[in-house]
Design a protein around this ligand. Structure first.
Ligand code: HEM
Length: 501
């Protein structure tokens, strides 16, 4: 009996010693922890707490840690930085030191190896879609008018209640896909719901894989990979278009006069010389739909809800939009001159954002940040975006939503057009699109699409807040920030609203 007791005590002592060594030697131990205990095991409890609304925890770290702190996630620690110098440091350190991890650690079990090995679709957005915006924009504007009318059916004498978020997802998916794959596929309901659901299916696959230890993940992914399933469902829609275009490229060569100007064609120009499979091309396209749809539809949902809540914002906007269109028609130039609309969108992303953190990077080697923080290889580093955006020391009355603040700031900037205050301009204090080399390459497309949609809605509809007339609070889940999914806005057709000419 004594022997058993001795063995049990020895095992207990060994357990405690391992626990202490693990804690003591944790390379992240020196970084202040917020949100709970940093003791192994106890950090799990804190990580579960972080699955709810963790704005307060991040705010506490932002205020107390003066730079760098760490928060627990279920499977790792996350290092969070803030302050101009550290954000700029993240921006400046290249991919060989701090790389953009491409969505998630689990991506490598979910996506096709060739898609991950060469993410040229990101370059295609940056180099082609953005540069060809003037050619793409007329189609986008055309689709806005048809899609809004199809999804928001109203009459002049009645208010129609619309659940904004799902409807905006449908409209954004359709308008984006007019520029991504063109007609008629951009109006195919089944393809569009696949494009919208892909983001959710990706998240589901990641969450399931996170429940398993590393060595089991590749095996689980063989049986549960919704990204692969969705890609397989997209292939029958895309194969006939891709094959027809590949044939036209061979047959017509340089003489292909009506070569499409859309994202799919820009992808094909890269994919065809590489002999890439239709499956891989479809997966790249779905990935770009993922990047584009929920980000843009959440942003416009927030913006429309503000217009419905504060009707006094609408008249000055109508005035600006009408004058811009009278001068330049429904063009990129007209959209660029809509400073108040631009300001509304910038303020929307500042105030609400799409997440509490931004600029997620993975340390590719051991690093020491300028504040002396040691970041070991493999650690994840992010910026405290929400806390930065709500810091009144950086922006006056940061806790108030002030739709036209950036338009006023632009007008006051010595007449230079105030490029730094534009929706698409990033800085260490404005990171909803990230900042630096990996900043969202789709933001110029998004800006034009969202402005065209808002301009069309503002000219053609009156808006009021639905439900009980009060704005529903945003929903925060883990690091994501989304509009209340059941938010309702009432739309009424305006008499004599301006149509796209
Ligand atoms: C309001 C709309 C949008 C928001 C708020 C948004 C936000 C973001 C953010 C925060 C990132 C990560 C940046 C970083 O890691 O530093 C990102 C990356 C990206 N976004 Fe967007 N995005 C939007 C629309 C779009 C659209 C419309 C497209 C495509 C047409 C797009 C394509 C991409 C791509 C390809 C990346 C990856 C960039 C890289 O890895 O270098 N986004 N976006």
């Amino acid at each position: 009996m004594d022997d058993y007791r001795q063995v049990a005590l020895a095992l207990l002592a060994a357990g405690i010693a391992t626990y202490a060594v693990r804690w003591y030697t944790d390379p992240l131990r020196a970084i202040p922890t917020v949100g709970g205990s940093s003791l192994p095991g106890l950090s799990w409890l804190a990580a579960f707490r972080m699955l709810g609304d963790c704005r307060d925890v991040l705010e506490e770290g932002y205020r107390k840690a003066h730079g760098t702190f760490k928060i627990p996630a279920l499977d790792r620690w996350m290092v969070v930085v803030s302050g101009r110098e550290l954000v700029e440091e993240l921006r400046k350190r290249g991919d060989e030191e701090l790389s953009a991890p491409g969505g998630s650690q689990e991506s490598r079990y979910i996506f096709e190896p060739e898609v991950l090995a060469d993410e040229y679709h990101v370059e295609v957005v940056k180099e082609k879609l953005t540069r060809k915006l003037p050619a793409v924009l007329p189609d986008v504007i055309d689709e806005v008018t048809v899609a809004v009318k199809d999804h928001i059916v109203t009459r002049e004498d009645e208010w129609t209640s619309v659940e904004v978020m799902p409807v905006m997802q449908k409209i954004i998916a359709r308008v984006s896909n007019r520029a991504f794959v063109g007609l008629p596929l951009c109006r195919n309901e089944e393809y569009l719901s696949l494009a919208v659901d892909f983001a959710v299916d990706f998240m589901k696959s990641v969450i399931v894989l996170r429940l398993f230890p590393g060595f089991l993940k590749p095996i689980v992914a063989l049986f549960y990979n919704l990204v692969k399933q969705d890609t397989a469902r997209a292939v029958p829609f895309l194969r006939p278009i891709i094959e027809a275009r590949q044939r036209a490229a061979v047959d017509l060569g340089e003489g292909w006069n009506d070569k499409p100007t859309d994202l799919l064609q820009f992808l094909l120009d890269k994919a065809t010389p590489k002999n890439e499979s239709v499956f891989a091309i479809a997966q790249r396209l779905l990935t770009l739909n993922f990047a584009a749809i929920h980000t843009s539809s959440n942003t416009i949902t927030h913006a429309l809800t503000h217009l419905a809540e504060e009707p006094e914002l609408v008249e000055p906007l109508r005035d600006e939009i009408e004058k811009s269109i009278a001068a330049d028609g429904w063009t990129g130039a007209a959209l660029a001159n809509m400073w108040m609309l631009d300001s509304l969108l910038r303020e929307t992303l500042r105030f609400h954002g799409i997440g509490l953190l931004a600029m997620g990077r993975k340390a590719m080697k051991d690093l020491t940040l300028r504040d002396g923080t040691h970041v070991p290889r493999g650690a994840l580093v992010q910026v405290a975006a929400y806390a930065t955006h709500h810091d009144s020391a950086l922006l006056a009355r940061a806790d108030a939503f002030d739709a036209f603040r950036y338009a006023r700031m632009r007008s006051g900037e010595g007449g230079g057009g105030g490029a730094r205050q534009q929706f698409t301009s990033t800085s260490a204090e404005y990171v909803p699109f990230g900042h630096g080399a990996h900043a969202c390459p789709g933001r110029y497309f998004a800006a034009n699409e969202l402005k065209a949609m808002l301009a069309y809605v503002v000219l053609n509809y009156d808006l009021r807040l639905g439900g009980d007339g009060a704005r529903e609070p945003d929903v925060f889940v883990a690091m994501a920030a989304v509009p209340a999914p059941t938010t309702r806005v009432l739309f009424r057709k305006r008499g004599g609203g301006s149509q796209v000419q």
